[in-house]
Design a protein around this ligand. Structure first.
Ligand SMILES: [Zn+2]
Ligand SMILES: [Zn+2]
Length: 366
């Protein structure tokens, strides 16, 4: 299903605008109240050439220049991940006959068949079933089906009412980026939180020097207020982002999405995630196969977002159920054959073909 997201309504734009406003305010305060004064203060002490302070016999990189390079690099990474997280399709259900029975239905109706029946409530007839393996099923049994999108839901997919689409490995809908967080953009979202946290922590730690300066040196009231405001904003953002980042690291380590975590919290009887295949594998599933690229926006998780590795016990349980159901269907078919043979014995004119589930009748006396 194509990604369709009526995101840019006023209600959806406002949270994104608020995030951009916070980023801009913090950046301006840091540059104007810390970086520029830090560069200026050190200038009279030496002779600056291309950011290198020539002091005495040796060379020393000016701290203001180092802080500028690091902070602006982090800001660039924050903006890059933000733009990618906003604009990347989180992952949609493929528009193929396997996932969209309506396509099969239209094909069948063209052929004059009535084998497909999709009710208005989203119920699907037994004849419209997928062939690939699904570990998640409805509470009443059967494959999960989205009545809004008229498609089967792959494992870990959920319907987002704001995006009006089923999202693969849906983590949650994030109003701050006006997009769902799913299989394709989870890594961008995680790195956005990570680089934002690094950025505000770096701002908070380096601005302590400026805070000391304005507290003990003579300056204007406005400048003092702006430095204190910048530090407060950086402190609040750091606290929130530490909590949010810790939450997502925990979720990744446990192999669950935010939605799955909330579902399990509501249901105390629920077991551990069936996708928790070990800490290392869980991180690979979320951030990509190469550990060296986990913290850079490259090397994304492998797979198509439709199927996921499950625990050994889950797979064994599925195989056990499959063998049980095939055994019961075998016993049903053999009992059908036995009853058909009984019928034939009672009706001498009826010949039963054993070994195949078909029978034929001959006229009496022939
Ligand atoms: Zn849907
Ligand atoms: Zn959404």
């Amino acid at each position: 299903m194509a990604f369709k997201c009526p995101r840019w309504t006023l209600a959806n734009i406002l949270p994104v605008a608020f995030v951009l406003w916070i980023m801009s305010v913090l950046w301006c305060l840091y540059v104007l109240c810390h970086l520029v004064p830090t560069l200026r203060i050190l200038t009279p002490k030496g002779n600056i050439r291309l950011g290198v302070l020539v002091e005495g016999d040796g060379l020393m990189m000016q701290p203001g220049v180092i802080q500028t390079i690091i902070s602006q690099s982090l800001t660039f990474m924050v903006l890059f991940c933000f733009v990618k997280a906003v604009n990347t399709d989180p992952g949609s259900v493929p528009q193929t006959e396997e996932w969209m029975p309506t396509l099969r239905s239209s094909t069948a109706s063209k052929k004059g068949s009535d084998a497909f029946n999709i009710g208005t409530t989203g119920s699907v007839s037994a004849s419209v079933q997928r062939t690939s393996i699904s570990y998640e099923q409805k509470r009443t049994g059967g494959q999960r089906f989205c009545k809004w999108c008229s498609c089967f839901k792959p494992d870990r997919a959920h319907h987002c009412r704001i995006c009006r689409s089923c999202i693969l490995r849906m983590d949650h809908h994030c109003p701050w980026i006006a997009n769902c967080i799913g299989f394709n953009n989870y890594k961008y979202f995680f790195l956005l939180v990570f680089y934002s946290l690094l950025n505000v922590l770096y701002i908070a730690f380096t601005m302590v020097d400026s805070l000391n300066r304005v507290m003990y040196q003579e300056t204007t009231l406005l400048f003092r207020f702006l430095v204190v405001f910048g530090m407060t904003l950086a402190g609040i953002m750091s606290t929130l982002l530490v909590l949010f980042f810790s939450l997502h690291v925990t979720l990744i380590a446990r192999g669950v999405t935010t939605i799955e975590f909330c579902e399990k919290a509501r249901n105390p009887d629920s077991q551990a995630s069936i996708y928790n295949t070990g800490c290392m594998e869980n991180f690979k599933m979320a951030l990509g196969p190469n550990i060296l690229f986990w913290l850079v926006p490259a090397s994304f998780p492998e797979g198509d977002g439709l199927t996921y590795k499950v625990t050994d016990s889950t797979e064994q349980e599925r195989l056990r159920r499959e063998s049980q159901s095939s055994a019961s269907s075998d016993s049903r078919s053999s009992s059908d054959q036995a009853s058909a043979a009984d019928d034939a014995a009672r009706s001498p004119g009826k010949i039963v073909v054993t070994g195949a589930s078909s029978s034929s009748s001959l006229p009496n006396g022939s």
